[in-house]
Structure formats: C-alpha cells, structure tokens
Design a protein around this ligand. Sequence first.
Ligand code: GTP
Ligand code: MG
Length: 198
Amino acid sequence: MKISSAEFVMSNSNVAKCPNEPLPEYAFIGRSNVGKSSLINMLMERKSLAKTSGRPGKTQLINHFKVNGNWFLVDLPGYGYARVSKKDKKTFQKYITEYFEKRKQLVCAFVLVDIRHDPQPVDLEFMEWLGIHQVPFTIIFTKADKLKPAVIEKKADTYLQKLLDGAWEETPPHFITSSTDRTGREDVLGYIQNINQD
Ligand code: GTP
Ligand code: MG
C-alpha cells in the first residue's frame, strides 16, 4: 500500500469523543515500550508522527491518525508497566478496555509483543480478554533486529504454540517486524489493505 497522507487527528481519553467518522480503524496495543508508536511511524514513513520514547509510558491517550483519507490508525497507551502510578494505570485500563468494548469502527487490534521475550501473563490475559469480547486481533512481533535471523521464526513459533497449549484452538495471524530496519512493513500494510478492500 502506498501511503499518500498520514495526519494526526486528535488525542483523547474518552471513547465517546473519538472521531465520529465511519472509517475502518486499526489499533496498536501492547506493553509499554514494546514499540507501538515506533511501528506506526515506520509504517507511515514518518519520523515522529507518533511520539516515541525510551522511557515506558510515553503514550498516555487514544491517538487517532487518518491515513490516505480513508482509514484510521490508533496509537494507544501501553499496559503493564509498573512505574506508572497505580491511579494512572487504572485510568489506562479503563479507557483501553472501553475503547475495545465500544469502538464500532475497530476492524482489528494489533497486539504487539517483543520477539525476544517469552509469553508474558499480561499479554496472554489481554488476548484472552479480546477473545471474550470478540475483538479480532493479530500478533505483531516487534524488535526483530535484536535477534539473529536464524532464531526469529523459532521464537515466534514457540510463542504461538503457547497460545495453542492454552485456551486457543487456532493461532491469530502474525507478523514479524522491526521499526529499525523496516522489516514487515509491506506485510502489515498489505494485510490492512486487503481488509479495507473487502
Ligand atoms: P509507550 O507509548 O510508552 O507504551 O511505548 P511504545 O510501545 O509506543 O514504544 P515506543 O515506540 O515509544 O518505543 C520504545 C523504545 O523501543 C524506544 O526507545 C524505541 O526506539 C525502541 N524501539 C521501538 N521499536 C524498535 C525496533 O523495532 N527495534 C529496536 N531496536 N528498537 C525499537
Ligand atoms: Mg507509544
């Protein structure tokens, strides 16, 4: 997919105030620091469309970006980072879950996990929650540049096997990405394009 325009539309903490347009929407979610905002910038080929940081907890609101005038990308705050105060964490949880429960335009959630890490309970619980709420999702493995090519696929397979060992009967689609070297860009954009054309 060619990106001809990508513009920031709004940030807010209230799902009811998100853009009132019936455009298909794709949300990026995952633990703090996993690389959600960086991936959005990589996909859009824009250095700082979404704000990134080495310090977890950078993205604190629901951020809408309009792409090619006909779909939305949504950057969400991370979950599961201990250093954010308890009160803030609760607020994140509330509006993240509200977003997924209420946002009718949402087509697919991209759940990002760091390819280097073994499956973490907080991610598995979040995927289970999405399943219960019938939110379609795919898994995006991030930071593939941090592993040797020979072990990347194996690591992803082991992760997906863990889902099959748990409550899942089949695994969701998955993508292997690196925002540093642009791995997976065409795959993720192609996936979105296919859905948008259906
Ligand atoms: P929060 O908004 O805090 O939840 O974080 P986030 O998930 O949006 O992560 P962000 O994109 O801000 O990136 C966090 C850190 O990881 C930054 O220091 C990025 O430079 C780094 N990072 C993100 N993606 C990659 C990647 O593909 N490869 C490498 N090596 N580093 C990455
Ligand atoms: Mg972020």
